[in-house]
Design a protein around this ligand. Sequence first.
Ligand code: HEM
Length: 152
Amino acid sequence: MYDTILAIHNILRWVVVILGALAVLRAFIGWFGKQAWIPADRKIGSFFAMSVDIQLLVGLVLYLAFSPVGLKAFQNFDMGTVMGQSEIRFFAVEHAVFMLLAVVFAHLGTILPRKADKPNKKHRLAAIWLGLALLVILMGMPWARPLFPSFG
Ligand code: HEM
């Protein structure tokens, strides 16, 4: 079960990164190209935020129930060990905090453009907040881990 959920979390990361890259690129092109704001601009941002939400849910299941380096790390080791061992600290603290920040930024990137009045401002707000979301996702990604799950 743990392996399956970890594999889903691994694969889903590419959905998140690809949708994020498309949404950010589109927002920057719209902003600097002074383009109109069309429904596709809103949709790509929402799809990105949705993918981050799903990844958050899968991550929480890993963190709270299955992973030895999630909540279990705090039960099995003392605080000094959790914070002192870089791999444990990375998943138990850093990865979770970076990705929670990404959830907040991605949602700001969909809510704030909706409230703005001018198309250029909508693109700018989407570019900034979705861009920040993608940035913290890339920063919080465990790049030393396999890029794809290995089955078997
Ligand atoms: C956009 C959001 C996220 C992305 C892109 C992401 C990406 C990843 C990746 C690529 C892995 C390594 C998978 C592997 O080794 O096969 C991983 C592992 C993990 N992630 Fe996330 N993650 C995200 C959000 C979260 C959140 C919000 C949490 C917890 C609150 C979380 C908790 C974990 C845990 C506990 C592991 C497993 C470590 C282990 O047991 O080896 N993730 N994540």
